[in-house]
Design a binder for this molecule. Sequence first.
Ligand SMILES: O=C[C@H](O)[C@H](O)[C@H](O)COP(=O)(O)O
Length: 232
Amino acid sequence: MDARQLKIEAAREALGHVEDGMKLGIGTGSTAEEFVRLLAVKVGEGLSIIGVPTSERTAALCTELGVPLSTLDETPRLDLTIDGADEIDPHLGLIKGGGGALLREKIVAAASSKMIVIADASKLVDTLGRFPLPIEVNPFGLGATRAAIEDAAARLGLKGELTLRMTNDAPFVTDGGHFIIDASFGRIPDTRALSDALHAIPGVVEHGLFLGLAKAAIVAEAGGVRTVRPAV
Ligand SMILES: O=C[C@H](O)[C@H](O)[C@H](O)COP(=O)(O)O
């Protein structure tokens, strides 16, 4: 089974959690897009849902495929969010934001009664941090924010390259108009401490550590699809 097929299998299993009448958060990325494609088929067959997309990219795909959309202003409480992830640890702590959508993804997940992550097994790790942590920052004061991130990380014993994400020759700009710094800290033993430290920096808008948000992960691998619950 190739990588795309694994994403489709995880997305198909997640579709089984979608009930008629649900208000759905709809994630971003290649795995979430497979979910949108399968969801659109169900909508075409008569499933009634309303979706809140986590990015302009997801919104465009939903619109193209006929998935009805709302906003968090019109629909502030959601039943379920289905989204991908860049890394998943045994407690279902996540790193997200490889596609730059972490801020809207976190707002949407936090507005949902339940978040289910869909992924192939390559995303499972013992400890988060192999994937560089995306940190969304305000363009104003970029140098100072970067230095503050370095200092905060050093206090936690973390160091590594902080790379401003680029598209061609210009900084990558998120849907919210911010920049992203990808932080290659390596293993992050205390994700909660890093999350709190990053939130304390004024120029940091949000970061890609999703802690305590996912209630289940649907993981596809060659041998089949399994649902992972948070380790206690
Ligand atoms: O910003 C993007 C998101 O957090 C994605 O959900 C994440 O990067 C996983 O994407 P993919 O399913 O393409 O691996």
